[in-house]
Design a protein around this ligand. Structure first.
Ligand SMILES: Cc1ncc(COP(=O)(O)O)c(C=O)c1O
Length: 396
C-alpha cells in the first residue's frame, strides 16, 4: 500500500489543475470594442445586450446588471421596503455577503438550520423561525446545488413572505428544469472572479415581479426611472450608483458562450467522482435528487466523517497528494461580524443567536470542497482526484 504523501510517500499527482478564469479571442475583441466605443459606462450597449441575454438564459422577464452579488441582494431588499424592524430568515451556511446585505438595509438576519448534506436552508426550520416581523427568506443554493424550492415556496407563500434566491454559486443550476434565479420572487447573481460566470466583479438581479423590477431599477440608477436616458427626469425615488461597467458586460458576453459546455464538463466530473467514491468509509456524498436537473459545478461538496481523523487532517492529507481542496463554510451565526458595533448601528439591535443550529455546526466540521477549476480537469485527472481521495480515506 502506497505511503501517504503527508507521511513522506509520493503524491498521487504533482502537476497543475486548469487555471481560472479562462478567456480567448472573443473576450479580447469585445474589450477592444469597448475601448474604441468611448462608451465605457452608464447603460452602454454591452450592458444592455448582456442583461437581455442573461434574462433569457435564466428565464425571467426582467434583469438588472449591477456592481456585485452583494449589491444585487441589498437592492432587492431595499426595493421590497425591507429594513429596520424587519426580519429576514437566512442560512448560516453561506458567504458573509448574504447576511451582511440583510444587516446593511437595517433588517435583522434570523438563522434557520440547513439540510445536513447540502447545506441549503431547510424549509422545516424556516417555518419554526417565522414571527410577525418576518418579511423574507433568503435561500442560498450552496455550491450551486439547488435548494428544495418546492418546500421553500410552500412555506413562503403560506406566510406571505418574499422568497429571494442567492444565486452567487448557481448560474445554470436548475430545479425541476427551471433555472435557479427564476423560481423565487427575485434573485441575485455574482460575477466575481471565482464564480462560474466571471468578470472580476459584477452582479445581476433577476425577477418576474414588475414592481420589484421598477424599484430595483430606480435604486441602482441613482433614483432614475427605467426606460433609458430620455427618462432621466423621473427621479422619484432615492438611489445609489449600482450600474455595471461596460468592461464587465463585454467579458460576460463572451463568458456566457462558454458556460453551458463548462457546466456539462463539471457535471461529468461530478458524476465520475460520485461513482468513484460511492461506499467509501468516511466519505459522505451529496444526495442524488431527481428534482435537481442541472448543477453549475461551482463547488463539489462532500463530507469527511471519521472519529480517528478530523476533516482538517483529511484536507491536509489530500492537499499533500496534490489535490486542491478546502474546508466548507464556517457557520455565520458564530462569526464576530454580528457582534460588531456596525451591525448594531445598522439594525438597531444586538445580535442574539437563540437556538442551536446543529446541522450547520456539523457541516462546518465535516464539509470538503473541490472548486470549479478542479472540476474542469480532464477525465484522466479526475481519476487521479478519485485515487487520491481513496488513498487518503483508506490510510488516514
Ligand atoms: C453565497 C454568496 N452570496 C453572495 C456573494 C457576494 O457576491 P459578490 O462577491 O459579487 O459581492 C458571494 C460571493 O462570493 C457568495 O459566495
Amino acid at each position: 500500500m502506497a505511503t501517504l504523501a503527508i507521511n513522506g510517500g509520493a503524491p498521487v499527482y504533482n502537476g497543475r489543475f486548469p487555471a481560472w478564469p479562462q478567456w480567448g479571442a472573443k473576450e479580447e475583441a469585445n474589450l477592444m470594442k469597448v475601448v474604441e466605443s468611448h462608451s465605457w459606462g452608464t447603460l452602454g450597449p454591452f450592458v444592455l445586450s448582456f442583461t437581455k441575454r442573461f434574462a433569457e438564459f435564466v428565464g425571467t422577464p426582467h434583469a438588472i446588471a449591477v456592481n456585485s452579488g452583494t449589491q444585487a441582494l441589498e437592492l432587492i431588499l431595499r426595493a421590497a421596503s425591507i429594513g429596520r424592524g424587519d426580519e429576514v430568515i437566512v442560512s448560516p451556511y453561506t458567504f458573509s455577503a448574504t447576511v451582511s446585505a440583510i444587516a446593511y438595509v437595517g433588517a435583522m438576519p434570523v438563522f434557520a438550520d440547513v439540510d445536513e448534506r447540502t447545506g441549503n436552508i431547510a424549509a422545516e426550520s424556516v417555518a419554526k423561525h417565522i414571527t410577525g416581523k418576518t418579511k423574507a427568506v433568503m435561500a442560498v443554493h450552496a455550491g450551486g446545488y439547488p435548494c428544495n424550492m418546492d418546500a421553500l415556496k410552500a412555506v413562503t407563500s403560506e406566510h406571505g413572505l418574499l422568497l429571494i434566491e442567492d444565486c452567487a454559486h448557481a448560474h445554470a443550476s436548475s430545479w425541476r428544469n427551471k433555472m435557479c434565479g427564476s423560481i423565487g420572487d427575485a434573485a441575485g447573481f455574482s460575477f466575481q472572479n471565482s464564480k462560474v460566470l466571471p468578470a472580476g466583479e459584477g452582479g445581476m438581479i433577476t425577477t418576474g415581479n414588475e414592481d420589484l423590477f421598477v424599484r430595483c431599477w430606480h435604486f441602482h440608477q441613482a433614483g432614475r426611472a427605467p426606460g433609458g436616458r430620455e427618462e432621466l427626469t423621473g427621479k422619484t425615488l432615492m438611489g445609489t450608483n449600482g450600474r455595471m461597467a461596460e468592461w464587465e458586460a463585454a467579458v460576460l458576453d463572451a463568458q456566457l458562450d462558454r458556460l453551458p459546455e463548462q457546466c456539462a464538463h463539471r457535471q461529468k466530473s461530478i458524476e465520475a467522482i460520485m461513482q468513484g467514491l460511492a461506499g467509501l468509509p468516511g466519505i459522505i456524498l451529496p444526495p442524488e435528487d431527481p428534482r435537481v436537473t442541472a448543477l453549475s459545478g461551482y463547488l463539489f461538496q462532500f463530507q469527511w466523517q471519521r472519529n480517528n481523523a478530523s476533516r482538517d487532517d483529511f484536507v491536509k492529507a489530500l492537499r499533500a497528494e496534490g489535490i486542491p481542496c478546502s474546508p466548507g463554510y464556517e457557520p455565520l451565526h458564530r462569526m464576530s461580524m454580528l457582534q460588531d458595533t456596525a451591525f448594531e448601528k445598522a439594525t438597531g439591535r444586538k445580535f442574539e443567536q437563540k437556538d442551536v443550529l446543529s446541522a450547520a455546526d456539523e457541516l462546518s466540521q465535516t464539509a470538503v470542497w473541490f472548486t470549479n477549476n478542479v472540476l474542469l480537469a480532464d477525465a484522466e485527472l479526475i481519476d487521479k482526484v478519485v485515487q487520491a481521495v481513496r488513498k487518503v480515506a483508506t490510510q488516514l
